[in-house]
Design a protein around this ligand. Structure first.
Ligand SMILES: Cc1ncc(COP(=O)(O)O)c(C=O)c1O
Length: 456
């Protein structure tokens, strides 16, 4: 900062900062893109280049940038109670009010909430609760967690292990031994020739049944799934996947954890992806859209049944020995509450539905016949454009060619931020829920130009 309090960009920080999911070698050559401000659906870098952020930061800025309503709430909550912990039977007004609100909007099966700071820690918390739940019920061997190829659940030690993308395991000796893996539920890519979507779905469910048989239900605690996979390629499951999966899990006393870190709080045109896909999860992780990224806050939910067992646990163990310094942070909870109010007042869930429908219509209309677009996926304001080298054989571009990154770079230069998902050759869109049809039109024009530029 200089003496006027303005940012000084002479120094780029590359000598001091270890950036997340960034090549140290690359950033030392290119320097970082320094984002200076954000307003509505726009962000602006330090050189004054303005872009529409059609991925909402990291799929999280649901109400858009620079909302004064949230800044004001943050300031007043901070003045009133800047921090106090929630350990040892301590509470605060914002976390109580937020809990009431959350339990009124989350799937009916969920009745209690635990607060943390990130999507990774929400998943981590739920895994620990699943372990304790089974332990308390006299089933201490039920510790393995089933997760899916290509899933993204975060990067803490357990969340990275649950994540099914090898780049998050390499060099760390992960995943942990307790993780079991099943197929990514992507019909377009993994369905066999002449196999219907229903047959493919049955094959996936059979795979889970076979795994349970092989490992023994007595050794398996939970199954974790994003309703629609986000970072793994924006992949909705085949129809009936969850309605067939959940009874199988129940039959074997295996808990279903819905990871709603991206899908939650309106992204799919409904409050939660579970609602869209008819899932009544035993546990649910959420973060991101909970505060629209204005404050690091996560909410992990459990069912009444799990709660009752844990209550018994308190009789045995004393306190629930888990928690973070910032669990139930009064400022974060106040911001979350104000953010959920904005989502409600501005009917942003409804907008995600209607503008989302328009987005998908336009994507289909403009790109379904493109020779290098294999599939358009997603729901509401979450979309993936699958790139292919050869449309007929569905052959993907070789990853080292970095085609998605080249296209997203062209889009960025033209003022639109979309995200490359390199391993599956997809371009992802997940804009603020305030997006309009005009924004959609702009974004689609620019993506078309990007495709033409890179793939001509
Ligand atoms: C589905 C899902 N779960 C968990 C996470 C991890 O969240 P965080 O980065 O806040 O730890 C992410 C992050 O993108 C996510 O997409």
């Amino acid at each position: 900062m200089n003496s006027r309090g303005d940012a000084d960009f002479t120094h780029s920080g590359v000598d001091h900062i270890l950036h997340p999911t960034t090549s140290i070698v690359d950033i030392q050559k290119t320097g970082p893109r320094i984002v200076a401000q954000g307003n509505g659906v726009y962000v602006e870098d330090q050189h004054g280049n303005k872009q529409i952020d059609a991925i909402a930061g990291l799929w999280c800025v649901n109400v858009g940038y620079g909302r004064k309503e949230l800044a004001d709430v943050m300031a007043s909550a901070s003045e009133k109670l800047s921090y106090y912990h929630t350990f040892g039977s301590t509470s605060n007004i914002p976390q109580i009010a937020l809990a009431e609100k959350l339990i009124s909007i989350t799937p009916k099966s969920l009745t209690k909430v635990f607060y943390g700071c990130s999507g990774s820690d929400a998943n981590d918390t739920l895994v620990k609760i699943a372990w304790q739940y089974h332990q308390l019920r006299g089933k201490p061997n039920k510790v393995k967690i089933i997760a899916r190829e290509q899933a993204y659940h975060g990067t803490s030690i357990s969340a990275a292990s649950l994540t099914g993308l090898p780049s998050f395991h390499r060099g760390f000796g992960l995943p942990l031994e307790r993780i079991l893996r099943v197929s990514c539920p992507h019909y377009w890519r993994f369905g066999k020739t002449d196999e219907s979507e229903a047959e493919y779905c049955d094959r996936l469910i059979q795979e889970v049944a076979d795994l349970i048989e092989k490992e023994g239900a007595d050794n398996i605690a939970a199954f974790i799934a994003e309703p629609i996979m986000a970072a793994g390629g924006v992949i909705p499951p085949p129809k009936d996947y969850f309605s067939k999966l959940h009874p199988l899990l129940k039959q074997h006393d295996i808990l279903l954890i819905a990871d709603e870190v991206v899908c939650g709080y309106g992204r799919l045109g409904v409050q939660f992806g579970s609602e869209l896909l008819g899932i009544e999860p035993d546990m649910m992780a959420s973060a991101k859209g909970l505060t629209s990224g204005y404050f690091p806050l996560s909410a992990a939910f459990i069912s009444e049944n799990v709660w009752e067992v844990m209550t018994e646990g308190s009789r045995q163990y004393g306190s629930f020995a888990h928690g973070y310094t910032y669990s139930g942070h009064p400022v974060g909870c106040a911001v979350a509450l104000a953010n959920l109010d904005l989502i409600e007042k501005e009917k942003l869930v409804e907008n995600a539905n209607t503008t989302g429908e328009y987005l998908h219509q336009q994507l289909q209309q403009r790109f379904a016949h493109h020779p290098h677009v294999g599939e358009i996926r997603g729901h509401g304001l979450l979309a993936g454009i699958q790139l292919v080298e050869d449309k007929a054989s569905k052959r993907l571009f070789d990853v080292p060619k970095k085609i998605p990154a080249q296209i997203t770079k062209a889009c960025m230069n033209a003022g639109i931020i979309v995200r490359p998902l390199p391993t599956i050759g997809t371009i992802a869109l997940s804009p603020p829920l305030t997006f309009t049809k005009e924004h959609v039109d702009l974004v689609i024009d620019v993506i078309e130009q990007g495709l033409d530029q890179v793939l001509a």
